[in-house]
Design a protein around this ligand. Structure first.
Ligand code: ZN
Length: 287
């Protein structure tokens, strides 16, 4: 897990909202487009909310960011900015994607598993429709994480999912894995553990994120396939004259660690395989 890069603001997020509204047709089937008329009328209120949202992110006070009933009442018009998927909205998606390191978005930031083919509204669009095309409220993520998170983003005391544009993701290992050796196969069991030097306020959000998305059990399910992949690569390596399995696996994982951080489940797993005597024995006995 790693933070995402904040999309650039050479054109402000507010200005991009205006572009989306202005790109809508003035008429529909010869009649005035009432959605556009409403959006233009709401624009000053929306732009104030944009500024407040950006301030809340900067001051780490998102938890207290209030809903605005006046704007929720105009949910259909405001959400049409997003659902319309106009060229100007596509530009916002591209802005977000282009800001990330190459290959970073090969995996969903929420789970680190699959391709992020959807966008999650971190502050749910049903409650914050005015932020539907604010780049900082759009997190690329996979369909599974998106539907699991749904409208849930906080409980009575804290946010329940990581906010990848700003939350601190500790650079110490908190995901662990035990390699389990069977008679004819090797498996793994992941766990999450609070390191002593992580603040509680950070940990409650982080551990809730993994819990709500059921990530540890999903990693456990996926582990044997990943181990098989690394195993096959190691066997080929030895058969081609390679010698040092540990160094070979460490070289495999290095680019992933740079990209996704030390707590990415595959990085954690490969690091453990690199030093596992049982895994090395298993590979050697199959060459
Ligand atoms: Zn995901």
């Amino acid at each position: 897990m790693k933070k995402m890069v904040v999309p650039p603001t050479d054109v402000s997020y507010s200005e991009r909202h205006k572009y989306v509204v202005n790109s809508k047709s003035n008429t529909i089937k010869g009649e005035p487009n009432t959605t556009k008329i409403n959006l233009l009328r709401l624009e000053p209120q929306v732009l104030v909310r944009f500024r407040q949202f950006e301030q809340a992110i900067a001051q780490n006070t998102l938890f207290d960011f209030p809903e605005n009933p006046d704007l929720i009442a105009h949910k259909d018009d405001l959400l049409s900015c997003y659902t319309g998927r106009t060229k100007k909205v596509q530009e916002i998606f591209k802005l977000i994607e282009d800001a990330q390191p190459i290959r970073f978005l090969k995996r969903c930031p929420y789970c680190g598993i699959t391709l992020p083919k959807t966008y999650d509204h971190y502050l749910p669009e049903a409650h914050f429709p005015e932020l539907s095309v604010h780049a900082l409220n759009l997190i690329p993520c996979c369909g599974t994480c998106n539907s699991t998170k749904n409208i849930f983003w906080k409980n009575n005391t804290h946010r329940t999912f990581l906010y990848f544009y700003a939350d601190l993701i500790p650079n110490v290992q908190y995901i662990n894995v035990n390699i389990i050796t069977g008679v004819s196969a090797i498996g793994a069991r992941f766990s999450i553990q609070k390191p002593i030097n992580i603040q509680n306020s950070v940990w409650v959000i982080l551990s809730s994120h993994y819990g709500k998305l059921g990530l540890i059990s999903t990693y456990n399910e996926l582990a044997s396939d990943e181990i098989t992949e690394v195993f096959n690569a190691c066997v080929s390596h030895l058969r081609c004259g390679g010698t040092n399995i540990r160094r070979f696996v460490e070289e495999l994982l290095m680019p992933e660690e740079v990209l996704y951080g030390i707590n990415h489940w595959r990085v954690v797993l490969m690091k453990e395989l690199a030093v596992s005597a049982e895994f090395a024995h298993f590979v050697n006995s199959n060459v």
